[in-house]
Design a protein around this ligand. Structure first.
Ligand code: CU
Length: 376
């Protein structure tokens, strides 16, 4: 079938919104008509070339839509079901999925190759039939997508997909990193570095977990103001000076440092943001690295002496260590109960045709948390 999609032919060059050909779903796959997709900061890492991906490619990995058709053998969803798309495929049968770590799935690990699980692609250029690469096996910057059955999670028929699309990546990554990967006791202190979509979600998780002090750190005043709305108790305007930022965080935590810190930015300056987080935690504290760092960063400035002598823990946390099949419906229940706020995370809605302007806004960084593309 023909559909419109935003194709990236080269990093840093505007994406081309054009008509492409989409194959029908094969066995174990699902055709989804997209309702909404967020423009996530991680898309920017690939758009900017900080993290390479094969081109041409249709980016987009934070989406939700309605099932239109299913391939042979699909049993968990049917035509008409509302679904959230998980950005990291988890097959459900490899040793990692079975061991309770679907974010380490062997099939998911192959998703950067730009293909579906069987090694082939579903989208082609109409001009010459050549393949366009998949992204995260879901490529949501398009009117339709064909995804593996295990990448779609059925949600309630009443669910507002233009909000729930955030559960496919950003919200789950941030909220899960705080509620799955660490164990905040009521009264603990938490530093959240970066107040974009992932950061605000982490802040919500820290607030729900009973943290006494939630210190938001960002380079933009506007993001810090928003962070307070989501539960941050203190704000530190970072000037990229590790020493100065850490001094402020320590002053807020009675000179001790916080129990936990989370690096929620990634990108080309992750060495700086991670250093702030490492030095901001108290002795015995834990730093979670959540942001996707640029491949240009080969090492982090963390001195081994203090790590051992102060018994500090640094851990990588991918996709909020989420069990998406269970966590995403659970988050929807929290949303319905008014315990998490997705509505205010969406700062702007737009059409697919406006995608390049949307990316420019993400690059500027200070105007928007999440822009959501809506499809009619
Ligand atoms: Cu994302």
């Amino acid at each position: 079938m023909k559909m419109k999609a935003a194709v990236m032919y080269e990093p840093r060059k505007p994406m081309v919104v054009e008509v492409v050909e989409l194959d029908p779903p094969k066995a174990g796959e699902v055709l989804v008509k997209m309702s909404a997709t967020g423009i996530c900061h991680s898309d920017l890492h690939f758009f900017a070339g900080d993290v390479p991906t094969p081109v041409p490619v249709i980016l987009g990995h934070e989406g939700a839509g309605v099932v239109q058709d299913v391939g042979a053998g699909v049993s968990s969803v049917k035509k008409g079901d509302k679904v959230v798309l998980s950005f990291f495929p988890s097959c459900g049968v490899c040793r990692f999925c079975l061991g309770g770590q679907p974010m380490l799935c062997d099939v998911g690990s192959a998703s950067p190759l730009g293909t579906m699980p069987d090694g082939t692609r579903r989208v082609h250029r109409v001009q010459d039939g050549s393949d366009i690469n998949n992204f995260s096996m879901i490529s949501t910057f398009a009117e339709y997508t064909v995804a593996p059955e295990f990448s779609v999670i059925k949600v309630d028929a009443q669910a507002p997909l233009e909000k729930l699309c955030l559960l496919g990546c950003g919200f789950t990554t941030g909220f899960g990193s705080v509620t799955n990967a660490i164990h905040i006791r009521p009264g603990d202190t938490v530093t959240c570095i970066g107040c974009g979509g992932v950061g605000l979600s982490a802040i919500q998780g820290a607030a729900l977990s009973g943290a006494s002090k939630i210190i938001a750190v960002d380079v933009h005043e506007s993001k810090l103001a928003l962070a307070k709305k989501f539960g941050a108790t203190h704000a530190v305007l970072s000037r990229g000076d590790v020493r100065a930022d850490v001094k402020e965080i320590r002053a807020i935590t009675d000179g001790l440092g916080s129990d936990y810190a989370l690096e929620l930015v990634g990108g080309a300056h992750m060495d700086t943001t991670a250093a702030i987080g490492y030095r901001a935690i108290r002795k015995g504290g834990t730093l979670c690295l959540v942001g996707i760092g640029a491949t240009s960063i080969k090492a982090l400035p963390i001195d081994p002496l203090s790590m051992v002598m102060l018994n500090k823990t640094v851990k990588g946390v991918f996709y909020g260590q989420a069990q998406v099949k269970g966590d995403i419906p659970r988050y929807y229940e929290l949303y319905k109960a008014g315990k998490i706020n997705l509505d205010d995370m969406v700062s702007k809605e737009m059409r697919l045709e406006d995608i390049n302007a949307g990316f420019e806004a993400v690059i500027r960084g200070d105007e928007v948390v999440r822009q959501v593309i809506r499809f009619s």
